[in-house]
Design a protein around this ligand. Structure first.
Ligand code: ADP
Ligand code: MG
Length: 278
């Protein structure tokens, strides 16, 4: 995964300095009948099974489900980091099938931000250099004030900007990762378990921050933490590669109950919520 993200960051940009002719779209992320298989023959796994979903401009969505249900695959297909076996994905108004790998890389770099659980920051770069990375790789002007502004929005000060990631706490590193995702002012931010390594208090403050700073940006967060939905407009529940339901304004308690039930089903066990019904 890290390798894919890194290649997204460092691949050559044949369009450096010029704006790509991508159209704006009221639905910046759309999946139509997306199926994704891994492997072949008997070892074939269907990670996504005919998934159709749309994420409206400025929406803030949690994608929830048990481990192995296909959440990360959904996010990676939506971001073009994995190619669907069938179906199509529109990202920022463009059908990814119509773009070469390199054009997809450019689209992601200019218009999409990523926040992941681990290995988010390059260890040998300072926090300021890490935050500036998407701009540098996109051959865009890096202004010290812009970096300081992005850092200030996530509560990092000038002294912390000069440090290496290993010199900051986990919560501060994740703040820096959010600043890096925001610095290029993307239309879409994809986050896979962004708070998975954090304690509940720090996780809550990081999510609050993402919610506040990403106003107007379409945000898709993969998580198995029911508390995340407190910050979301809608929850998408995934089970065995399919969308079980899309719930507007979800309540954490109802989400926890759902996860309990489907987690038990996925594990092949019974559940106190459905009495073990299938
Ligand atoms: P989640 O993020 O919900 O835990 P994933 O999307 O990672 O689920 O995985 C869904 C299914 O696809 C799982 O059965 C997993 O083992 C399988 N899978 C995911 N990535 C790969 C891969 N690169 N190669 C083979 N199987 C994979
Ligand atoms: Mg996952």
């Amino acid at each position: 995964m890290m390798l894919v993200i890194m290649s997204t960051l460092i691949a050559d940009d044949p369009y450096a300095g010029s704006e790509m002719p991508f159209a704006a779209d009221p639905t910046p992320v759309r999946l139509d009948g997306v199926t994704k298989h891994y492997g072949h023959g008997r070892g074939r796994v269907t990670a996504l099974d005919n998934v159709s979903l749309a994420f409206g401009a400025g929406s803030f969505t949690a994608v929830l489900g048990a481990s192995g249900s296909g959440k990360s695959t959904l996010l990676q297909c939506a971001a073009g980091l994995e190619k669907p076996s069938s179906g199509s994905v529109h990202l920022c108004g463009t059908d990814l099938n119509s773009l070469s790998d390199r054009q997809q890389t450019v689209l992601r770099r200019k218009r999409v931000g990523f926040v992941f659980q681990g290995l988010n920051l390059l260890p040998e770069l300072t926090i300021a250099e890490n935050i500036a990375l998407p701009l540098r790789l996109g051959h865009r002007r890096v202004q010290r004030a812009g970096i300081a502004d992005a850092a200030a929005r996530v509560g990092l000060n000038a002294a912390q900007l000069r440090r290496l990631p290993s010199e900051l706490s986990g919560g501060q590193q994740q703040r820096a990762a959010i600043a890096r995702a925001l610095v290029s002012r993307p239309e879409v931010i994809f986050a896979d378990e962004p708070t998975g390594a954090l304690d509940p208090y720090t996780a809550t403050s990081v999510l609050n921050l993402l919610r506040e700073t990403a106003q107007g940006t379409t945000v898709v967060i993969v998580t198995h933490d029911p508390q995340v939905v407190r910050f979301c407009d809608q929850a998408v529940f995934v089970y065995a590669g399919r969308i079980e339901s899309v719930v507007p304004s979800p309540e954490p308690d109802a989400v926890a109950a759902w996860l309990h039930e489907y987690g038990a089903r996925a594990a092949g066990g019974s559940s106190s919520y459905n009495g073990g019904a299938q």
